[in-house]
Design a protein around this ligand. Structure first.
Ligand code: NAP
Length: 459
């Protein structure tokens, strides 16, 4: 029997576990999927926005993998602490695959970034996703204007969550406290600022379109921004772009045309009170400005394409009022104590998924997912990534099976950090969340704190 630990129960961890038991090269593989949280599914539970029900429903697929009798979910097991480091795991398992994702946010490195009211989108997402580490987080949503910096799908997610009529979120599993904060909040203008043009934005078209289709929320683009993008004005240049960029250009073009038609028709009643998403391009943040002890505005430098795919500043500046700033400029991997880490890339050095220690593959140690390839791609990108890693592990299986490991890893894990939350504990959390929702007259509602989750799991 080959005993494997997969560290991290997000999509990359679950796909890794699935590939390990589905293959036929090594007959008897048993997998423990360990997670720091008492809940599985990683960013599918704690990252995908609550109004993205279709992506959320992927939890059903991941669940059926974790219910395989050869796979066991063990939650509330923190690798890297209490003597449970990578070296110790190698005493317990023939192989360990790290699928720990990229949990940190990238920084802007500009003055005012840490002013009250300026937050990473990562923290905001954790809060509205009911991540237990964010239970104490508070977001002041009383101001009228919020600025989201970045033009990736996370920026779109947080802009949409701020701009959406909270009533439309009631059917989701959004925690009750977050729903109340959004309902009582005063945010009406949500600016989303990209430092490059629409043809270079990172968001995908479906996500972009959604921003323009929120009931009761307007969407505005600035035509002066759009024409600065050479691909917007030159069809030949546009034709050379990847399909997603061409589709994104078509969407903003459609919005600009619609806006021009509406302007010609004259102002509509009540427009000033409606929520509005304002999409801006070619604005590079240079400072967050203070007002009354908190952030009051963002200063941007206007940029232009440098002709080589990059940007240059123009020396012209623009300030946008902001009572809340969310920095959505990408995730970063965090080092796991005892595991090698490439600080530049924010990933674990590897060769085809084999962890490299001082440039040499370390027997029994593997990586998959964002900690292997960096925080890019959609959930499905984890499938080929996991496949490559599992392929390497199976190539090494003969040598791995010869490694001497402890007879009962579960007993050792329990001795190190207390009894893990097993699948029955997770099912008890699911039941408790359904019951909480019933009491509130809603569907299942997430439990947002450690004490609540562990109490539910214990019960
Ligand atoms: P991302 O796609 O890498 O986008 C980061 C954005 O931040 C880019 O627009 C980037 O601009 C900008 N940026 C970086 N540094 C900046 C700076 N100093 N100043 C201003 N802007 C800066 O990252 P993400 O949005 O965090 O998403 C991570 C991954 O998760 C992506 O693969 C994404 O597609 C995926 N995701 C998918 C979904 C979904 O499918 N619905 C939802 C959420 C996340 P430049 O391009 O100019 O560098």
């Amino acid at each position: 029997m080959l005993r494997v630990a997969v560290v991290g129960a997000g999509p990359s961890g679950v796909y890794t576990a699935q590939d390990l038991v589905a293959q036929t090269r090594v007959p008897d593989v048993r997998v423990h999927v360990l997670d720091r949280l008492p809940c599985p599914y990683g960013l599918v539970r704690y990252g995908v926005a609550p109004d993205h029900e279709r992506i959320k429903s992927l939890q059903g697929t991941l669940r059926s993998v974790l219910e395989d009798e050869r796979i066991e979910f063990l939650g509330h097991v923190e690798v890297g602490r209490r003597g449970l480091g990578p070296r110790r795991l190698l005493d317990l398992y023939h192989a360990v695959v790290y699928c720990v994702g990229a949990s940190r946010d990238r920084r802007l490195g500009i003055p005012g970034e840490d002013l009250p009211g300026s937050h990473s989108a990562t923290d905001f997402v954790a809060w509205y996703s009911a991540h237990p580490d964010a239970a104490g987080a508070g977001f002041d949503l009383s101001g009228r204007s919020a600025v989201v910096i970045g033009a990736g799908n996370v920026a779109v997610d947080v802009a949409r969550m701020l701009a959406r009529d909270p009533d439309t979120l009631r059917p989701t599993d959004l925690p009750e406290g977050v729903l109340a904060a959004l309902e009582h909040g005063g945010v009406r203008q949500v600016w989303m600022a990209a430092r490059r043009g629409p043809s270079q934005a990172r968001f995908t078209t479906k996500e972009l379109r959604e921003l323009g289709a929120l009931p009761g929320t307007d969407l505005r683009v600035d035509p002066a921004d759009l024409v600065r993008d050479p691909a917007y004005t030159d069809p030949e240049r546009a034709a050379e772009l990847p399909a997603v960029a061409r589709r994104n250009l078509a969407v903003v073009r459609e919005w600009a045309a619609q806006q021009a038609r509406q302007a010609a028709d004259g102002p509509t009643a009540g427009a000033a009170d409606r929520r509005c998403v304002r999409l801006r391009f070619f604005l590079r943040p240079v400072a967050l400005l203070e007002s009354g002890g908190a952030v009051g505005a963002v200063r941007f430098e206007r940029t232009v394409p440098d002709g080589a795919g990059g940007l240059r500043g123009t020396g012209t500046y623009e300030e946008i009022e902001a009572h809340l700033v969310l920095r959505a400029v990408g995730y970063r991997g965090a080092p796991l104590p005892g595991l090698p880490f490439d600080v530049e890339r924010g990933t674990v050095p590897h060769r085809a998924g084999r962890v490299l220690r001082e440039g040499v593959p370390s027997p029994g140690e593997y990586v998959a997912g964002w900690i292997k390839r960096g925080p890019t791609g959609v959930i499905g990108s984890n499938r080929p990534c996991a496949k490559e890693t599992v392929g390497s592990l199976l190539d090494d299986a003969e040598a791995l099976a010869r490694r001497r490991v402890a007879a009962d890893p579960l007993a050792e894990l329990t001795a190190a950090g207390g009894p893990p939350v097993r699948w029955s504990g997770w099912e008890a959390i699911v039941a408790a969340e359904a019951e909480l929702g019933r009491r509130l007259g809603r569907g299942p509602v997430k439990i947002p704190d450690w004490a609540g989750l562990l109490a539910a799991a214990g019960g």
